[in-house]
Each structure stands twice: as structure tokens, then as C-alpha cells.
Design a protein around this ligand. Structure first.
Ligand SMILES: *[C@@H]1O[C@H](CO)[C@@H](O)[C@H](O)[C@H]1NC(C)=O
Ligand SMILES: *[C@@H]1O[C@H](CO)[C@@H](O)[C@H](O)[C@H]1NC(C)=O
Ligand SMILES: *[C@@H]1O[C@H](CO)[C@@H](O)[C@H](O)[C@H]1NC(C)=O
Ligand SMILES: *[C@@H]1O[C@H](CO)[C@@H](O)[C@H](O)[C@H]1NC(C)=O
Length: 571
């Protein structure tokens, strides 16, 4: 009776809705930014603010910063922007920390930040904003800096009393006094207030400003309310704890009672348990079971094949990655096991091994070790505009090319030899993982053989190959083609359209470099991050020519993996 099966559909339902939520959120944020762009109608932004705005911590748009796929800053100063943004311009941007529009020609009043409670920096100075400073700014409890100088703002100053607020300027507006006498506002001097309505500051001789005293009462009232709330919360907590203790005692009694009776359903449960086991591969220690897995805290990983993969941390275990396989071919038990065996038997230092699997009528899961340093896609394209980016050197890129080639060669030599199977099937930069000590691990191998054709054609890179497009066939040479595309991605540092995660725009790199060769701007092909390296030139050129051979339209003309490994070792 101890381990009643956890309703796992609940877990997956939550996971799926989480993923769906984050995509919806990303789209809403983009819509808000598109609306702003429309207001500005600035030729540069019109062109630049397109496609995906954020991927994890990388922003693809000018003036936008992101963390975990959410917009955290809009920084557009000195851009000569005009227009009249509306007050609801920032509604869904709930992760926003900074808004800077300093020195533009914006008008209207955009200061409704009631949905942006994480805001710390607001700089709207040197524009033509008008109207009052809204009291809703008092709700921003993290606000550190408010710069409103040199606008056409009117009304009075709200009673700012956030202790966090340390930089404040409303000078050169049409605001009337007196200034509320809160501790926060009193801490700023003449330089924050001057050149406003006549009843605010005396600029003539004394350079002093007028504060009113009626807000002290408000401060102390606030404090007493806070104390009251605190007391209520403590009383509530104590009650909850008492109730919990009572409940636990009672349920123990019931459990003990039940233990002393031989229940018939015990037998059924046991049978069911037998089936619902996680099966661990030979040399992987099974230190957790399905129940641990279902109880584990889980987080969705990646977009794209959303809902298919998540990360779980099993109680006092290491984090693992669970792939939820959907839309599989209709397998019999034996067929499924045979395919799993084949994947489990594939062992190579550059392949991510299968750790465990779970198989039941409605649920099929693959479990892998979590590789914490991320994937090649992020390493190659992430943080390009950030100062924190660590250069991805030619040497490391060559190591990637070599490791992946060796893993693929191994797969090609150790998989069934019929002509029309594709041993990996989904080789792309986001499936190459960075382990410790600069080792690169190829993942997702063999999954293509589980999928129905429509699903594979939609999701798997090999099915984007020219031969599948023209004759609906894939073969081991489709892996070679994917490998060629990967080499081009490594060399150009550009996102490939065939492996770009959902929502990110990529380029058909093969066509792009062919054009470059034709039009003779070859020097621009290579990622500047590696083309500046002194000794990289000849190797890069050689790898480039080789990549083109791997990408050849006709599968017969592409080299075999064994030849590829030899060639790359030569470089
Ligand atoms: C993004 O940045 C946040 C905060 O700086 C950090 O916690 C997170 O791990 C970063 N994510 C990635 C993928 O780098
Ligand atoms: C304000 O922005 C304009 C561009 O719109 C720029 O030419 C000018 O130098 C900026 N002024 C200051 C003080 O930075
Ligand atoms: C500033 O606002 C006043 C009304 O409050 C208006 O008459 C004036 O034209 C505005 N000035 C500018 C430069 O927009
Ligand atoms: C506030 O802005 C004005 C320019 O409008 C500047 O002269 C003044 O020094 C600023 N005050 C502070 C405290 O920075």
C-alpha cells in the first residue's frame, strides 16, 4: 500500500501546459514589442526587430536584453525615436528590469508600470512626455532609479518612499510643489527638482526646495498596518502547523489499521508494479525508480520538440533527462525491446549512453544522464553580443568536428546494414552536448527509427535532406549530409535553417556559401571569431571544401564516414 501509483498524466499535463504557457508568453512579449516598433516606425528597428527576440539569455534584437527567454530590458537611448506609445505598452513584460528611452522625441505618457513590478531602472529623460507622474510608480518596490528630467510633465510628485530609490530626477518639467516630505524624497537635493513650477524650488539665491510635512503621518500608519498583517500571518501559520500535526497522527492510525488486514487488491497492485518498472541498462546503477521519477521536480527543456524532453532531479540523486516519446510506430513489445537493445549496445566515448527506459502501453520514456554544460547550438550562437561570451576557438571547433565524426563512424559501422536506414537520423548542433573536460557527446541517436514517418519527416534533420525532398528516401548518406551542414554551421557561426530550434530563423547555409563562392566574397564566409586566428586559415579552407562534399545534392557523391574521420584527422 505504501506506493500508490502517482497519476502520471497529471505530471505530463502540467509539463505540457508549462511549455505551452512559455511559448504563449514569448509570443505575447513579441506582440507588445511589435506594437512599440509600429509606434516608433523607425527604419532600423523595423528591419531589426523581426523573428525571435529572445532565446534563453541571448537577445536577437537591438536594444533588448533577455534572461531565460523573457525580455528584461529595453534600452533605446539617443535614437531620435518619435511617436506616442500608449500606456499599455509594457503590459505582459513582467520580467522587465530596465526601461531606457533617454534623449528621443517621444510624447504622451507611458508610465503605467503596474504589471512590471520587477522594474529597477526607468529613464525617460530628454523627451516630450507630458501628463502627471502616476501614483502607480509607488508600487514598484525594487525601483532604484527614476530619471524624468527634461520632459513636459505636470501635476505633483507622488509620495515616493521606497528605500531602494537612490537616484531621482524630475528637473526641467512643469511639475508643481510642494514636494512630499518622505525620507526618500528629502534625501535628494535641488539638482533633482529645479526648474519646475514656482512653488517647488527657489532657484534665485538659496537653491532650496519646499517639502510638505503631511506625509509623516502616512508613513507611521503604514508601519502599524504592516505590524498588524505580520501578527495575523503568524497566527495563521501556527494554526496550519497544528492542523497538519493532527492530520498526520490520524492518517498514521488509519495506515496501521489497514496493515493488519490482508487486502485483496494488494495482489493486483503488485502485478501492476511489476510492469511499471524503469529498466536500467546493464552498467547503469538504478538508484531511483519510477515513483521517484514521477515525484521528482521537473522542468521543461528546450522548445521545438516541446513537451518531449524535460529535466528531473530525483531525490538526492543527480539530475537526469527524460525524453517522452510520442507518435511512435505501433510496435509489439518485442520489436520495441529489440530497438532499445540496439541503442543500449551502442557505446562510444562520444555518444550519450541510454541510462534507462520505461515502457507501458501509453507511456514510453527514455532516461539519460543530464549533461550540464549545455549544447553546441548555445555554445556557438549564444551570447554573441554579450561581453561575457567566451571565444569558441578554431581548435575547439575542430575537436567538435572530429568527435562527432568518430561517433557517427561508430554508429555507421555498428548498425544494421540495410541501405535505407539512417543510423543517427537527427544530427544537429542542439543534439551535441558539452560534457566536462571539453568532451562532446552526440545524443538522440537511433530515435528516428521509433518514429512514424510523418513525425520523423517533420522533426528529424535527415528528412530535410535533398534526397528526402526529391525521392522520399533517406539513407546513411543522409547522416553525412547532416554532418556537412553541421560543419558549415561551425565554420560560419551562422544558424542553419535545418537545425534551428522552433522560432529561430536560420539560413540555408549550403546555398548561402555557394552564393558566396559564386559572387566571390569567400572571406566573409568564416565566423570572424575564428578567421582572426593566425594559423587557422589552411585548416579552415580544407574543412570548408570537405563540408561542401558532404553536402552534395547527390548522396552517392558524398564521402563515407570512415573517409571523413581520416580526412579530419589529417587536418
Ligand atoms: C541565464 O541567466 C540566468 C541569470 O543570470 C542564469 O540563472 C541562467 O542559468 C542563464 N541561463 C543560461 C542558459 O545561460
Ligand atoms: C541625442 O540623440 C541624438 C540622435 O538622435 C544624437 O545626435 C545626440 O548626440 C544625442 N545627445 C546627447 C546629449 O547624447
Ligand atoms: C507642454 O504642455 C503644455 C500643457 O501642459 C502645452 O501647452 C505645451 O505645448 C507642451 N510643450 C511641449 C514642448 O510639448
Ligand atoms: C538632473 O538633470 C539635470 C538635467 O536636466 C541635471 O542638470 C542635473 O544635474 C540632474 N540632477 C542630478 C541629481 O543628477
Amino acid at each position: 500500500m505504501e506506493s500508490l501509483p502517482f497519476p502520471k498524466y497529471l505530471l505530463f499535463a502540467t509539463l505540457f501546459s508549462l511549455c505551452a504557457d512559455s511559448i504563449a508568453q514569448y509570443e505575447q512579449e513579441r506582440d507588445v514589442l511589435y506594437a512599440l516598433k509600429h509606434t516608433f516606425s523607425d527604419p532600423f528597428l523595423n528591419d531589426n526587430w523581426n523573428g525571435l527576440q529572445c532565446y534563453e539569455n541571448t537577445s536577437y534584437w537591438h536594444g533588448i536584453q533577455c534572461i531565460n527567454g523573457r525580455v528584461t530590458a529595453i534600452l533605446l537611448e539617443n535614437r531620435g525615436l518619435s511617436g506616442k506609445p500608449t500606456a499599455d505598452s509594457f503590459v505582459v513584460l513582467s520580467e522587465l528590469i530596465s526601461v531606457v528611452f533617454k534623449n528621443n522625441s517621444l510624447s504622451g505618457n507611458i508610465m503605467d508600470f503596474s504589471f512590471n513590478l520587477k522594474l529597477k531602472h526607468i529613464d525617460l529623460s530628454e523627451n516630450m512626455f507630458d501628463g502627471p507622474i502616476p501614483r502607480s510608480l509607488l508600487e514598484l518596490e525594487l525601483l532604484e532609479s527614476l530619471q524624468l528630467q527634461e520632459n513636459n510633465l505636470s501635476g505633483t510628485i507622488p509620495e515616493f518612499d521606497q528605500e531602494s530609490l537612490t537616484s531621482f530626477n524630475v528637473s526641467n518639467n512643469k511639475i508643481s510643489g510642494p514636494i512630499p516630505g518622505t525620507r526618500t524624497l528629502k534625501s535628494f537635493g535641488f539638482a533633482s527638482y529645479f526648474n519646475n513650477g514656482p512653488d517647488m524650488c527657489d532657484s534665485s539665491s538659496s537653491s532650496s526646495c519646499h517639502f510638505s510635512d503631511e506625509h509623516k503621518a502616512r508613513d507611521s500608519k503604514r508601519k502599524s498596518i504592516a505590524t498588524l498583517v505580520m501578527v495575523l500571518v503568524i497566527i495563521g501559520l501556527v494554526t496550519v502547523i497544528l492542523l497538519l500535526i493532527l492530520y498526520i497522527k490520524k492518517s498514521r492510525r488509519i495506515k496501521n489499521l489497514m496493515k493488519s488486514y490482508p487486502f485483496e487488491e494488494k495482489v493486483d497492485l503488485k502485478l501492476e508494479d511489476e510492469e511499471k518498472k524503469l529498466v536500467f541498462m546493464a552498467d547503469e546503477a538504478g538508484c531511483f525508480d519510477l515513483n521517484d521519477l514521477l515525484k521528482a521536480s521537473a522542468e521543461g527543456l528546450g522548445k521545438g520538440v516541446c513537451g518531449h524532453t524535460y529535466k528531473a532531479t530525483v531525490e538526492d540523486g543527480k539530475p537526469i533527462v527524460v525524453k517522452h516519446l510520442r507518435e511512435l510506430k505501433p510496435f509489439s513489445n518485442e520489436e520495441f525491446m529489440k530497438l532499445v537493445r540496439r541503442i543500449a549496445d551502442q557505446k562510444h566515448p562520444n555518444l550519450l549512453p541510454l541510462m534507462a527506459y520505461y515502457y507501458s502501453k501509453d507511456e514510453k520514456l527514455f532516461v539519460y544522464r543530464y549533461v550540464k554544460n549545455g549544447n553546441l547550438f548555445n555554445r556557438l550562437h549564444g551570447g554573441r553580443r554579450s561581453r561575457d561570451r567566451i571565444r569558441f576557438s578554431w581548435g575547439s571547433r575542430l575537436t567538435v568536428a572530429q568527435s562527432v565524426a568518430q561517433a557517427l563512424e561508430y554508429l555507421h559501422l555498428n548498425s544494421n546494414h540495410s541501405q535505407d536506414t539512417v543510423p543517427h537520423g537527427n544530427l544537429k548542433s542542439s543534439n551535441i552536448l558539452l560534457d566536462d573536460d571539453d568532451t562532446f557527446l552526440v545524443s538522440d541517436h537511433g530515435l528516428a527509427s521509433f518514429m512514424t514517418l510523418p513525425m520523423a519527416a517533420q522533426l528529424m534533420v535527415s528528412y530535410k535532406s535533398p534526397e528526402y525532398q526529391s525521392s522520399k528516401r533517406v539513407s546513411r548518406k543522409s547522416d553525412v549530409w547532416s554532418y556537412g551542414c553541421l560543419l558549415l554551421e561551425l565554420l560560419t557561426g551562422r544558424v542553419s535553417v535545418h537545425s534551428a530550434p522552433l522560432g529561430i530563423n536560420g539560413v540555408d547555409l549550403y546555398k548561402w556559401v555557394q552564393r558566396a563562392v559564386r559572387e566571390e566574397w569567400i572571406s566573409e564566409i568564416f565566423d570572424t571569431e575564428i578567421s582572426v586566428e593566425k594559423n587557422a586559415g589552411p585548416g579552415m579552407m580544407k574543412l570548408f571544401e570537405f563540408a561542401l562534399r558532404c553536402c552534395d545534392e547527390s548522396p552517392e557523391k558524398r564521402p563515407e564516414m570512415t573517409e571523413i574521420v581520416r580526412e579530419i584527422d589529417g587536418i
